[in-house]
Design a protein around this ligand. Structure first.
Ligand SMILES: Nc1ncnc2c1ncn2[C@@H]1O[C@H](COP(=O)(O)OP(=O)(O)OP(=O)(O)O)[C@@H](O)[C@H]1O
Length: 499
């Protein structure tokens, strides 16, 4: 993937720290247009060397008025003007343009998070002729500042409900907006393919792993680590050793099911390590979710280190690398990893496989999906013919409740319409009445979402009868539960998982 060869259509994203910056990069790639993302404060030369046709200034958690608010480099405006580079500003990016070109931005009276509507004020190319004045468009928002005065020469094309100027503030996750912008306004040409990335990745792995090196794969039974294992196996064959860890936090009968599926369909030897005691004893009494993630990350690595020692001691095989099914959202939401060069984004949660990794890890990481979003990974499932299964509803734990919930989803024939579903144990008790007796039992929450890539998600709107049946089944068959609630928040403002 050589940026120089596709320069004419390169779309460059300047990252100011938004959790969605890489989603935009991803969306553009899915339009068969090559896009790259670099830090918003990169020197001008890094931008001009790439000679982009389009530059998108991302959103970010800062306010343009904050001390040390990140900004594009000096000479940026002159460069884009002189070269005729098309520029789109999103949220912070838009506010930066407004502020730097003589308009004004202030803290909005109300903040806007999640699904909102904007109203078109001027039909323009961004709507591709599909919208007229007064029409509405659903957008995803996550911001607090608003542009109150535009610089000379700028016009408002749409406004959000709170009155925020939404020239291009509305999130361009909407494929249509991006498509119109890139193809109709900027005249970009398509021609880049995901298939090429898969072949390149196999070559990268072959070049990285020495001829005598062995590799351990952390295989969870989920789609991502299975794709990663399959890919690495294609690259290095039987020098790959897969390990599935029972950490005591799995779903009801998950260990048996996962091992059976691996054996039946994956055709790769998988070792199951029972580490229930090790994990549960370390997690006992820990409440803070960040702390839990770090403990889980550390314990996983201890187990893989032990397994590496076993390979060396008992089989004379030296394991140098650890494969994980890390996806880009895990990276984006974790602490910016060392060496990533990302400095502006805030930690949403430290995923155990990224921000939760111990600093003194001996095994080096191979993460073939690290720059991919969920739907890109699923696209690879179709390309990797030996992959046994397509995407499935994934989950957390709390065993029996979770089992009833997921089985009910399957029975209702809606399993494939849901992106992720699980039950959440809430650490509170509430009063109830069961069999004429007062109870003081636990509350469980049901979470089910639809999503394309995990970066934004909407809650799944079950039929009332379904919810009624599931709640009844759970309370009747799971001891200690007397209340069932459903999580009906989108992402943002919440996340998909609870911790
Ligand atoms: N029980 C496990 N045994 C071995 N490795 C695991 C296990 N759970 C997680 N991992 C490793 O950590 C990575 C991230 O874990 P996460 O909890 O996000 O997995 P998941 O979403 O359930 O599964 P996947 O990432 O495989 O789709 C996995 O891709 C895998 O490499």
């Amino acid at each position: 993937m050589d940026p120089q060869s596709i320069q004419t259509s390169l779309v460059l994203i300047l990252d100011f720290g938004s959790q969605y910056t890489h989603l935009i990069t991803r969306r553009i790639r899915s339009l068969s247009v090559f896009s790259l993302c670099i830090s918003g404060t990169s020197p001008l030369k890094s931008i001009t060397d790439l000679n982009p046709r389009v530059i998108i200034l991302s959103g970010g958690p800062h306010s343009v008025h904050a001390p040390n608010a990140p900004c594009f480099p000096d000479g940026f405006i002159e460069y884009v003007e002189s070269k005729g580079v098309f520029v789109l500003g999103i949220c912070y990016g838009l506010q930066l343009i407004v502020e730097r070109l003589g308009g004004s931005v202030r803290v909005g009276e109300k903040q806007e998070y999640g699904r909102m509507e904007i109203e078109v004020e001027r039909a323009c190319g961004l709507f591709g002729g599909s919208k007229k004045v007064g029409d509405k468009q659903v957008v995803w928002m996550s911001h607090g500042d608003e542009a109150v005065k535009l610089p000379d020469g700028f016009e408002v094309v749409a406004r959000s409900q709170q009155g925020t100027v939404a020239a291009v503030t509305h999130s361009p996750e909407g494929m249509e907006t991006l498509r119109y912008f890139l193809f109709d306004i900027c005249g970009v040409t398509a021609g880049w393919k995901m298939e090429d990335v898969l072949d390149e990745e196999i070559k990268v792995i072959q070049g990285k792993v020495g001829p005598e090196d062995h590799v351990i794969c952390a295989l969870s039974g989920g789609v991502d680590s299975t794709v990663a294992a399959t890919l690495v196996h294609k690259a290095i064959g039987d020098r790959l050793h897969c390990v599935f860890v029972d950490n005591g936090l799995l779903r009801y009968k998950e260990r048996e099911r996962v091992m059976e599926t691996f054996e039946r369909d994956l055709h790769l030897p998988v070792t199951c390590v029972d580490a229930t005691e090790q994990f549960l004893s370390k997690l006992k009494g820990v409440v803070d979710p960040e702390m839990k993630r770090k403990i889980i990350g550390k314990e996983f690595i201890c187990i893989f280190d032990d397994f590496a020692q076993h390979l060396e001691r008992d089989l004379g095989k030296i394991a140098v690398y650890l494969v994980q099914g890390t996806l880009y959202p895990d990276v984006i939401e974790s602490c910016p990893p060392p060496g990533s060069g990302r400095t502006h984004s805030h930690t949403i949660k430290s995923h155990h496989n990224v921000g939760g990794l111990p600093k003194d890890m001996k095994l080096k990481l191979i993460e073939p999906l690290k720059l991919l979003f969920k739907d890109e990974c699923e696209f690879w499932v179709m390309l990797l013919k030996e992959m046994p299964w397509r995407s499935s509803v994934r989950s957390c734990n709390i065993f029996q409740v979770d089992e009833i919930f997921i089985q009910s989803i399957k029975d209702a024939g809606i399993y494939d319409s849901i992106w992720q579903a699980f039950a959440v144990f809430l650490p509170i008790r509430s009063v109830g009445v069961q069999g004429d007796q007062r109870t003081h039992s636990h509350v469980v929450a049901l979470r089910a979402v639809t999503s394309q890539d995990g970066m934004t998600a909407d809650w799944y709107n079950f039929e009332h009868k379904f919810l009624d049946d599931v709640a009844r089944k759970i309370c009747n068959s799971v001891r200690g539960v007397n209340r069932v609630v459903q999580d009906i928040t989108s992402k943002p403002p919440s996340t998909i998982e609870w911790e």
